[in-house]
Design a protein around this ligand. Sequence first.
Ligand SMILES: *Cc1c(COP(=O)(O)O)cnc(C)c1O
Length: 215
Amino acid sequence: MSISENLKQIIQELPSHVSLVAVSKTKPLADLKMAYQTGQRIFGENKIQEMTQKWEALPKDISWHMIGNVQTNKIKYMAPYVSLVHGIDRIKVLQELNKEAAKNNRVIEGLLQVHIAEEETKFGFSSDEILALIDQLKTFKNVHIKGLMGMASFTENKEQVQSEFKSLKKLYNQCIFKGCGFNTLSMGMSGDYKLAIKEGSTLIRVGSKIFGERN
Ligand SMILES: *Cc1c(COP(=O)(O)O)cnc(C)c1O
């Protein structure tokens, strides 16, 4: 199926409270243009330089989401335009993002990345760190944290993925209970987004199911 058909099929099935990030990392501009022509306006990339090149080349009504883990020395390149940073996984990123956003007279929206997977290699804060951090978020005047993001383990075991999504949703609810005003829960990718939606996701990040496998 074509990019356009893939997109339409996914969007058709999405509940109205769930938004789609089209993950276009490694894909050529022509593929993004195809998705744009189909109506897609949110694109996700995991490398700041690649995202910046695409931002320069494509229409300016696109919202760019940084979904990868962030190299702090490159934040300055995306600070003028990035719309949502999903992968805030350590204090250093929050501090640098705040600094660069201020230089651009912007308030940049972000999500705190939570480590929910079993693998050591996935990035993010622990639940306890999140609960401790949310009281301090107000001190970062130029970053607006509006929710959480997580990546489940890379496994065929659906029960495990489901329980990881459940734990993230539970933490999200705890944050809301503490009055932090969150409205965005970013979880779910090509292989598990339906499950993620069932478990409370409001923002899914789908790449290969739209654009095909990456090399
Ligand atoms: C690549 C990536 C995705 C999309 O993965 P697919 O399996 O191709 O849908 C989602 N989230 C993050 C953080 C990614 O790096």
